[in-house]
Structure formats: C-alpha cells, structure tokens
Design a binder for this molecule. Structure first.
Ligand code: NAD
Length: 487
C-alpha cells in the first residue's frame, strides 16, 4: 500500500495494513483527481479468511462480560474523538464532502458508538409464565453470530459505525466491506480505532473491494446475516443471494424523497430547507429531497427562492477551500445526473438554473414544470438537482408524494400543525418530518424505509436488538419429567 507522506496517528497503521491480496486499486480524490492511496483488493480467499477469523473469535466475545464489552466501546469513542480531525481529512478527500457535512457525519459516528456502549448493560430477555408447573421459562436475545456489513461511499464512517458498533456491542463479530472509494474513512479507521480500544483479534475484519467481494461476503458460509446499505439495484441482488441461502438480511436502499410545501407554509423556511435537502453534499444523500411538491399558489415564488439560493452556492475543492458544495463522486455518476437533467428538459421540464458543470463540479440545478413522466421525477438522481411539481389540493399532494416505488423519507411544510401532520401521516415513508427537511437522523431512532428503499429493516435505538440478535426460548425444569409414551 502506498500512503501519502505525512506524520499522523493513522499512517503507521495504513503503512502496515493489508486488507487484501488481490489486484491493486488506486483511490483518487474526486475534487482534484489526485491519487490518494493504492490498496490491494480482497480476493475470495481473503473474504473466506476474514469470515473464518470472525466465526472463531465470536463465541468468546459473546461470553465476555458486558462491563468489558461496554468499556471497549467507550474507549473507541475516546480514540475516535482524539483523532477526528485526521479521520475528517480522509472523509473529505475520499468523498468530496465540505467541512460542515463531514462534521455532521463525525458527530453521528460518535453518537453511534456512544449509544452502542449502552447496549451491553441492557436487559436482554424476559421471564415468561409457563404452562407447566415447575418449569422456569425465559426468552433471551443471543447474538446472530457473524455480521457481513456492506456500506456505500457517501457517508462511510457513520453508515459503517451504525452496523459495526451495535453488532459488536451485542456480541457479534463483523466482516466489513466499505466501498472501494472510501477504504480509509469506511474501513481502515474502524480497524485502527477498535484495535487501539482493545477489541480482541478476529472480531472486526475489513476487506476491500467491489461487487464481487460483496457477493463473496453474502455467500460465505460463516456469515450468518448481512447488513447492506447502498443502491436499490445492488440491494435486490444481495437480497436474492441471501434469500436463497436463507440468511437474515437488512437492506437499506435508495430514496426519491417527497418534500411537500402546502399553500400556507412559511415559504422562506421551506425554500431554505428545500435547498439544503436537495443541494447539500451535491445531493448525494439517500434521504435528500428528490421531489419538491409545491402548492400552485406559491410555486413561482418557491422556484425563485431556490434559484436565488442555488446561485449563491460556492463550488470547489472542499478540503482546501471554503466552499458550499464539492464534486460529484465520479464521472459515471456525473453522466447519470446530467443525463437525467437533459432527458427531463427534453421531456418538457424548464431549466430554472444550473444544468452545467466544470469537471465533476455540477452547478446546483432547479427544474420547474416537471411532470411525473420525466426521469427527474421517477429516478433517484443522487445529484444537486431540485425538480419541482405543483398541485392544487392536499389530496393531490399526497398522491404525488406517494407516486414513487421508494419510501425512505418525507417532509411537509405548513403553518397548520394539524394539517401538516394529517398529510405527513399518509406519506408512505419510513421517516417523515413536519416543518423540517428530509435529511434527519439520530442514533436512537429506528432509521429505514418502505417499498424499494429497503426490506423493512431498521437501524438505531431498539431496532438494533432486532437487527443484531435473535430470540432464543430457554426452559429449565427442577426435575426431568417422564412421558406417557407410547400412549
Ligand atoms: P452501491 O449499491 O453501488 O454500493 C454500495 C455498496 O455495495 C458498496 O460497498 C459496493 O461495493 C457494494 N456492492 C455493489 N454491488 C454489490 C453486489 N452485487 N453485492 C454485494 N455488494 C455490492 O451504492 P453507492 O453508489 O455506493 O451508494 C449510493 C446508493 O446508496 C444510493 O442509492 C443511496 O440512496 C443509497 N444509500 C442508502 C442509505 C440508506 O440508509 N437507506 C444510506 C446511504 C446511501
């Protein structure tokens, strides 16, 4: 591995890090195109070795005192916080995030660790009544075993930590595969932090690679459950593979989230939130506002406000300059975003602002007069684009909001709380906010989507028990009983 020359806490770890023995892969900074590091990708044998190490280490970890498991997670928070500037630099350079987005992600990553540290000391079962006298009956949560965690590039630290921290806290071992674009913020950082925190060997194993490595994790016989976060297309494939093998699988997938502005909304607040939810991090967020559904009476003013805000956003290298937006992650995604914009304009949408780019830097774009047949409406864009459609009645707004196969997040703006809530409650999405925008998360909340946004799984809070443990019924009798058999 070739790491950049500098002195840091992570560099000695990176210099010795060998997460794979396969073909070398060069990671480049999206903002500059400069090489960041070159790493050997994992092979199928590397995945098998990682899973075997995990399955060997897991039973002793599950039997480790809750005091010790919690202490390791608390130490991990301290180590993470002590080196967060360095981790943040990697996040920015690997993903093209501006400072504000990177700091948000770091705060959430620390929160995931802090919340996970409370899990080992929680009650893990119940005493049950028994139909048979003299029998003690209990139900308890036991670890799933080995969790295969597959994560995307766009928020590598928090999306990894929301799996790794609760999975470990509840007695599992983990094989973690970040996206090849983010091997450090999504992978090396985890191993380095948990090693320093005293996590025993074999419990957290990072492998680097793309779809083939991900599929090797899903199908490895030692991997008991898969936690996948990424696109709906890849999630379907992961779901098929896991389903055939009867493995537990959590799928947290794409979104095309409705942002509804009723006629009585505070328009300044709604436009400011709408611009944030569509443009921040170049729109490369699963719960970005994908479809702005705006009452006809205020739509022209709303579009003007989005245009004005889009015009003021500064684009540039987020690691080296004070900017509001960075680059799109790569050429392929840029072409996808631009293609959706072009085809929507060809289909009759009006380009109110943007629609151009210099290199990977795509200008924040507002499309007005969008119809439900255009790709800007039907597709998850994953770029800084705000498509706006209009409606006349709340029922129409609802029909539009629910006109999507996705169902991740939603937002409704209204000065009437009861009206906003009435609309919000009928939006088919796993998360919905009244007078707040769609990009919202807290480690204690069950996060997840409906429809093509997932398979019903959730991350966070009480949902972590469902994801990372399984029920076991245990009974104990004072005396063994005899059976009148044959009858
Ligand atoms: P992606 O699906 O291309 O990749 C995600 C991860 O899956 C990567 O690690 C990738 O290497 C791996 N992968 C790809 N194909 C695979 C396969 N066949 N088998 C196993 N692993 C495979 O997604 P992306 O482009 O990195 O991320 C963007 C997508 O992720 C968007 O659709 C976004 O909405 C979604 N996302 C969802 C959430 C959520 O919580 N719901 C959060 C962030 C991103």
């Amino acid at each position: 591995m070739v790491a950049p020359a500098s002195t840091s806490w992570l560099d000695p770890f990176l210099a010795a890090w060998r997460p794979g023995t396969g073909e070398p892969h060069e990671v480049r900074e999206p903002a500059t195109g400069r090489p960041l590091l070159t790493l050997a990708q994992a092979t199928a044998d590397d995945v098998a070795r990682a899973a075997a190490a995990a399955v060997a280490a897991q039973p002793a970890w599950a039997a480790t005192s809750y005091v010790e498991r919690a202490a390791i997670l608390r130490r991990a928070v301290e180590i993470y916080e002590a080196h967060r500037d360095e981790f943040g630099s990697w996040t920015q350079r690997e993903t093209g995030a501006v400072h504000g987005k990177m700091h948000h992600e770091q705060n959430f990553t620390a929160q995931e660790l802090l919340n996970a540290a409370t899990l080992p000391s929680q009650a893990y079962g119940s005493l049950m009544p028994s139909a048979q006298p003299g029998r003690l009956s209990m139900v308890r949560r036991i670890p799933v075993g080995v969790i295969g965690a597959i994560t995307p590039w766009n928020s590598p630290s928090v999306l990894g930590m929301r799996v790794v921290a609760p999975a470990l806290a509840l007695g599992n071992a983990v094989v973690l595969k970040p996206d090849p674009q983010t091997p450090v913020a999504g992978g090396a950082m985890f191993e380095a932090v948990f090693r320093e925190a005293g996590l025993p060997d074999g419990l957290l194993n990072v492998v680097i690679g793309g779809a083939a490595v991900g599929e090797a994790i899903v199908t490895d016989p030692h991997v008991d459950a898969v936690s996948f976060t990424g696109s709906t297309a890849a999630g379907r494939r992961v779901g098929e593979l896991a389903g055939r093998l009867l493995k537990k699988v959590s799928l947290e997938l794409g979104g095309n989230n409705a942002f509804v502005v009723l006629g009585d909304a505070d328009l300044d607040a709604a436009a400011s939130a709408g611009a944030y939810a569509s443009f921040q991090f170049q729109g490369q967020v699963c719960f970005a506002a994908g479809r702005h559904i705006v009452h006809r009476s205020v739509a022209a003013d709303y579009v003007d406000a989005l245009v004005e805000k889009a015009g003021r956003l500064r684009l540039g290298d987020p690691f080296r300059e004070e900017v509001d937006l960075g680059p799109i992650v790569n050429e392929k995604q840029l072409a996808r975003v631009d293609g959706i914009v072009r085809r929507s304009i060809d289909g009759g949408a009006r380009l109110a602002v943007g629609g151009t780019h210099e290199g990977l830097f795509y200008r924040p774009t507002v499309l007005a007069d969008v119809t439900t047949r255009q790709p800007a409406w039907t597709d998850e864009i994953f770029g800084p684009v705000a498509p706006v459609v209009t409606f006349d009645t709340d029922e129409e707004a609802l029909a539009l909001a629910n006109d999507s196969e996705y169902g991740l997040a939603g937002a409704v703006y209204s000065r009437s709380i009861s009206r906003g809530l009435a609309v919000a409650e009928r939006i088919r999405s796993g998360m919905v906010h009244v007078n707040d925008q769609t990009v919202n998360d807290e480690a204690i909340i069950p996060f997840g989507g409906m429809g093509a946004s997932g398979n019903g799984s959730r991350f966070g809070g009480a949902a972590n028990w469902d994801e990372f443990t399984q029920w076991q019924w245990v009974t104990v009798r004072d005396e063994p009983r005899s059976f009148p058999f044959p009858y």
